[in-house]
Design a protein around this ligand. Structure first.
Ligand code: ATP
Ligand code: MG
Length: 583
């Protein structure tokens, strides 16, 4: 990959939370990270205490914690004091209905305040919180509630009637359903119960290793896994928010991810609150004008979003940004998929600063590798490991099967992390053998392929499953996709390998075009030529097909396995997280 560098000015370095990456990385230990949170007497802790209670105790009850923007554009504000009282009421409702420490409380809600209140109240009560994406159909909901043994559900009357009611006979563990709005048969009216519940509650002191959160993976590579996180994870949420997102007390922070995915919880609830920011929560779905309006009008200072959204903004062009004032924005970050260099550079040209890509997984619970406010950005690189995280590139020795760390710069292998950071998953639900396989010789194996350059920056190559082996070359789809993204006609691209008798596999690209471009044989040849020029004939795609849209997960990740299954006429596998597509 050609290397460019976006250099940070000294001014940016000095005002960011971390001024010297190397010095902090050498000095930091998780013990120091633990000292940055309060904890509870006797070595206990609770995520909700760190997120809300401690700020209220420290005198910040009146600070804005959450601004909810409704679909119709109305704003509703919640201070830290409001959030604490509401979460306390919710915890009291749980207790009054017989729920105890360890019970599992699910939410199936859009981005409404009750979701955030339920999350915090559930944690306060010592129960495990599991958010589900509200657009799931009944079957994915049933599967996730069954796997996690849901005991309670918070939802809306509409979602209940359409998606959950018919499942009740299949869910014997589900004792109560709380409905936030209208009445529905066989459910409890949450608003009525909250109204009479006391607004004081003693947050349950938890052992740091007790379960707090249950998240399901995105299902990009197969059936989603249920990932268990404990209260100690808050140490990492807090620290990574501070260092990787540069969060500070008083920031106006907007995480665009839905809490149905891990990003929307770790960085859409926990990290922003522990760092005492004011969060923007937008109920509506992506819309170019709406998003630019929010960034400008709310004077967002830190913005955390995803490659798909960035590509859609790029597709809308600079015309859509005309006349806006984004001068409040201090830091922009992206996660979830590889961020093409083109997008980083576009950010720099359009907002006066690059998007800072960072890498992590549901399993890691928090950001592990990142581009920092104070560090130069190499577009296309995921950045450097967080202080507190040791990342390496490893490979299995063919003969002995032993794990070997590959230290030569530029060598590709599996991305691995030294096990033991606080937000590391503590299990895959009901899949012990699969969990055990992730750990070897003190490493956690991520299933992603990457390389590290001589400066210690990590570069994503592809998921191990997506690597293409063609005529003796190992080709990562990201490199090919990024080269095609540089072509002015390309809005989005997914690359796979298709079986070929002579070459083993052939590289094939699926391209969605920007407005104003139509599929044609000329354009196809032009794209093939462009790719060959940038990548060389061995790596460039041999074939290109045009698509209206690419199949994506609801969290916005391109599902290459589906492109492949469809290409080869194979079964589509688990498509519970697929966003409807028209390919
Ligand atoms: P499943 O495990 O069910 O197949 P998933 O891996 O997409 O789904 P998540 O845990 O939501 O589920 O996503 C983590 C994965 O997303 C990473 O392993 C990586 O492949 C990809 N990813 C996340 N951030 C980045 C990034 N900045 N650059 C490249 N890839 C990323
Ligand atoms: Mg995964």
């Amino acid at each position: 990959m050609e290397e460019t560098r976006i250099t940070k000015s000294d001014g940016v370095r000095i005002v960011s939370n971390m001024t010297d990456y190397d010095a902090l990385s050498a000095a930091f230990s998780w013990q120091q990270g633990r000292a940055l949170i309060d904890g509870l007497p006797g070595g206990k802790m609770n995520i909700a205490h760190e997120a809300v209670d401690r700020h209220v105790s420290a005198g910040y009850a009146d600070q804005l914690a959450l601004r909810w923007i409704t679909k119709s554009g109305q704003r509703h504000d919640f201070t830290y004091g409001d959030l604490q009282r509401e979460a306390n009421r919710f915890a009291n409702v749980l207790r009054a209905q017989g729920f105890q420490k360890g019970d599992r409380v699910y939410a199936l809600l859009g981005r409404v305040p009750q979701l955030y209140i339920a999350a915090l109240g559930t944690l306060k009560a010592g129960c495990t919180f599991c958010p589900l994406f509200s657009a799931f159909g009944p079957e994915p909901i049933r599967a996730r509630m069954e796997i996690g043994g849901a005991n309670a559900l918070v939802t809306s009357a509409r979602l209940y009637k359409r998606k959950v009611k018919g499942l009740r006979p299949d869910l014997p563990d589900l004792r109560q359903v709380f409905v936030i709005d209208d009445a529905a048969e066989n459910t409890l009216p949450l608003a009525d119960l909250m109204r009479v519940a006391p607004d004081h509650f003693k947050t349950e002191p938890m052992d740091p290793e007790e379960t707090a959160l249950l998240h399901f993976t995105s299902g990009t590579t197969g059936k989603p896994k249920g990932v268990v996180h404990v209260h100690d994870a808050v140490v990492a949420h807090n620290w990574t928010g501070h260092i990787a997102l540069d969060l500070r007390a008083g920031d106006i922070y907007w995480c665009t991810a839905d809490p149905g995915w891990v990003t929307g919880t770790s960085y859409g609830i926990v990290a922003p609150l522990t760092n005492r920011t004011s969060m923007i929560v937008d109920e509506a779905e992506f819309d170019v004008t709406r998003w630019y309006d929010i960034l400008q009008n709310e004077r967002v200072t830190v913005w955390y979003t995803a490659p798909t959204a960035i590509r859609m903004l790029m597709k809308a062009g600079t015309e859509a940004m005309q006349g806006y004032d984004f001068s409040a924005l201090r830091f922009m970050a992206s996660v979830g998929e590889p961020l093409n260099p083109e997008a980083v550079i576009w950010g720099n040209a359009s907002f006066g600063q690059p998007f800072h890509d960072n890498w992590w997984q549901t399993e890691t619970g928090g950001i592990m590798i990142a581009n920092y406010a104070a560090a130069d950005v190499k577009p296309g690189s995921m950045g450097q490991p967080l202080p507190g995280i040791t990342a390496g590139i490893v490979e299995m020795d063919g003969d002995s099967g032993a794990l070997r760390e590959v230290t030569e710069p530029g060598a590709m292998g599996e991305l691995a992390l030294r096990a033991g950071w606080p937000s590391m998953m503590r299990g895959y639900l009901h899949e012990q053998a699969r969990y055990d396989k992730c750990f070897r010789d003190g490493w956690y194996l991520t299933g992603d392929l990457a390389m590290r350059d001589a400066d210690g920056y990590f570069w994503f190559v592809g998921r191990a499953d997506d690597l293409i082996k063609s005529a003796g070359h190992l080709i990562g789809p990201f490199e090919v996709e990024s080269a095609l993204m540089e072509h002015p006609a390309v809005a989005e691209v997914g690359v796979i390998g298709i079986p070929d008798e002579t070459a083993g596999e052939l590289v094939k690209a699926y391209v969605a075009l920007k407005p104003g471009y139509e599929p044609s044989e000329d354009l196809r040849l032009d794209l093939l030529g462009h790719a060959r020029k940038h990548l060389g004939p061995a790596v460039a795609p041999k074939d290109i097909a045009f698509r209206q849209n690419l199949p994506k997960t609801r969290s916005g990740k391109i599902m290459r396995r589906l492109l492949k299954a469809r290409e080869l006429g194979l079964p589509e596998g688990d498509i519970s997280t697929l966003e409807s597509d028209e390919s």
